[in-house]
Every structure is written in C-alpha cells, then in structure tokens.
Design a protein around this ligand. Structure first.
Ligand SMILES: *[C@@H]1O[C@H](CO)[C@@H](O)[C@H](O)[C@H]1NC(C)=O
Ligand SMILES: *[C@@H]1O[C@H](CO)[C@@H](O)[C@H](O)[C@H]1NC(C)=O
Ligand SMILES: *[C@@H]1O[C@H](CO)[C@@H](O)[C@H](O)[C@H]1NC(C)=O
Length: 307
C-alpha cells in the first residue's frame, strides 16, 4: 500500500478543492498544527517497547519507513472527504459555555446527539479496535492501520486545550483576533501560532531542536517526576475523561482568560502560555506511548478497555 493510494487520488487540484471546501463547510478546528501532531507522535514512538514498536511498523505503509509521525496528520487531511465525513466530530468536544468542566455523558456527542462522537469517544473506540490486533489477521472487523492513525491523531487533539472548548464560539474558532500583527483566531493561536512563534524565537525554526528540548524536560528536566502520574491509567474511559477535563480547565484558565474578539495577543500571552503548550504536547506523546505499549505489549500491566 503506497502512501499516495492511502491519501487518495492526488491531483494538483486537491489542495485548492480541500481548502475551498474547508472554508465553506468546515469548522476551522484542525487540531494541533502539523508540527504539534508530528511532535506528539515522535515523542510517543521514541517511548515504545519492542512489541509495540514492531506492531506500529507492521501497520504503517512501507513508504513512510516506520515513521508514525509522517502520517499523524492524515485524519485532518481526510476529514472532509465524503467517505470520512463521520470522523469530523471526532476531533473535538463542545462543552457548555463558561462551565469549564467536561462531563462525558453530557458533552461527548455530535451535533445530532449521537453518543460517543467526540474526541474522547474516538480514543476509546480506536483503542479497543487495536486490542484486536493481537488476535491475528483472520477476522478483523476494522482497518488497524486507520485505527492506529486515528488514535495517534486524536491523542494529540484531546491535549490541545482549545479542542475542549465552549460551544458557542466553536472552541475559540469564531473569536477573531490578531497574533502579533497577523490575523488569527483564538483556536488557531493554540493549534499553531504559539508553536510557530516558539520555533522562530527560540529554536532556529528547527522542530528537532524543540522536540529535544521537550523530551529533555520530561526525561530529566522540570517534568521528570510527573511522568509517572501522566501515564497513570486504570481504564481508558476514566483516562479520556480526565484528559478532556484537563484541557477545558486549561482552556478556561489560560486560553479564554482575558481574551476578547478583536484584541491583539502578543508577548504577555505568548510568554505565559508557551510552556503550557509544550507540556500538553509532552503529555499527549507520553500517554499515546502508554496506550500503544499497553495495547500491543505482552505485559499484564496496563488498563482494561472494553472490546
Ligand atoms: C486500510 O486503510 C488504509 C488507509 O485508508 C488503506 O490504504 C488500506 O487499503 C486499508 N486496508 C485494508 C485491508 O482495507
Ligand atoms: C468507531 O469506529 C468506527 C469505524 O471503525 C466508526 O464507524 C464509529 O463511528 C466510530 N465511533 C467513534 C465514537 O469513534
Ligand atoms: C524546558 O524547561 C526549562 C526550565 O527548566 C524551560 O525554560 C524551557 O522553556 C522548557 N522547554 C520546553 C520546550 O518545554
């Protein structure tokens, strides 16, 4: 299976078509920028044990040479395709305005009320699909490659604080403002602008340098004693509930706080939010590795997930 096949028939018109489509019908939310998703997946892949590592390699198409991060943005690329329209609500959660909590029963549904159709439900769904991987290839109901890519992507999204945002402003998408001198919106500031400003101000626009800094901070830096608690997960349902709750809490305390439409966000906002974004990327990566190790590994440890 080639990557091109996987991405669908590529033609020079696709980008224009997709962009037009996204502007017309799409909710702007795309999840962490490609940088955020790539870093989440690289962090995770570096933490895989031998069984999970092998399973991931087996599931990836050959032409990415075993690099999971090369396809971690795939779910954003296909979300408006007819065949994958059902995945669109799986990238985020709308919570009641100004409530600042996440309730699974209350909030995890799509706009028509279909249960579990939100990023928290999607993570449970694709985690339990991947649990069938070890049963062998005979009777697989699901496409395990897609399950891996969706899980890896949605673990990034659930850690992007504004992906668990208020309903009326679509997670900050409708709050138009300026990021320094450029037009942006509050959602996009957290998806991408903060990461790009960090890259250009501190890391010579080199994502590898930023990634090393993040990894250094959880291996023996400021977060090293927190990693065990980040990874803690008894069962996948309570874990996704906790992670979404963390995001809406951060969205309220740091995302929305003091921000009004039409404002200009600059140094003060950037300086106080950058480390939060980096920590969320680290947590997403560490926890994705935890799930993959637990799903593919031979160990008895790990969590119980409904199959
Ligand atoms: C699984 O999904 C990928 C990506 O959509 C596709 O290229 C591949 O053919 C599918 N595999 C099977 C066995 O259907
Ligand atoms: C789970 O995945 C299947 C496809 O594999 C899909 O039909 C279903 O809607 C998904 N549900 C959620 C909550 O992700
Ligand atoms: C890593 O931690 C240091 C503090 O020890 C901090 O100044 C730096 O911004 C952190 N870097 C990242 C990418 O998290």
């Amino acid at each position: 299976m080639g990557k091109l096949e996987m991405l669908g028939r590529w033609s020079p018109f696709w980008p224009v078509f997709l962009l037009g489509f996204a502007l017309l019908i799409g909710r702007g939310a795309q999840g962490w920028s490609k940088e955020g998703h790539i870093m989440t997946c690289r962090i995770a892949q570096d933490l895989l044990g031998s069984e999970a590592s092998e399973a991931v390699r087996n599931l990836l198409p050959h032409d990415v040479n075993g690099d999971l991060s090369a396809l971690c943005t795939w779910p954003d690329q296909i979300r408006h395709w007819y065949k994958y329209r059902w995945t669109s609500p799986l990238h985020f959660i709308d919570t009641p305005d100004n409530d600042c909590t996440f309730g699974y029963q209350r909030d995890c549904h799509d706009q028509h009320g279909a249960e579990d159709m939100c990023v928290a439900g999607a993570i449970q769904n694709f985690t339990s699909q991947l649990l069938h991987y070890r049963e062998g290839s005979a009777d697989r109901r699901y496409n395990m490659t897609e399950a891996l890519l969706f899980l890896s992507h949605f673990m990034g999204d659930i850690h992007q604080p504004m992906h668990v945002g208020f309903t009326s402003d679509e997670g900050g998408n409708t709050i138009n403002l300026r990021w320094f001198r450029r037009k942006s919106n509050l959602h996009h500031v957290w998806d991408r602008d903060i990461i790009l400003s960090a890259l250009s101000d501190y890391y010579e626009k080199d994502m590898d340098l930023l990634l090393e800094a993040i990894q250094g901070n959880f291996t023996d830096g400021i977060w090293s004693s927190d990693v065990t608690s980040w990874e803690h997960c008894d069962d996948i349902h309570s874990c996704v509930t906790k992670w979404a709750g963390e995001s809406i809490n951060i969205a309220c305390k740091w995302g929305y706080k003091g921000v009004e439409a039409g404002t200009t966000l600059s140094d003060d906002y950037f300086d106080s939010r950058m480390s939060i974004v980096m920590k969320r990327i680290a947590q997403g990566g560490v926890r994705l590795a935890m799930i993959l190790n637990s799903v593919f590994g031979d160990t008895d440890e790990g969590f119980a997930a409904a199959t």
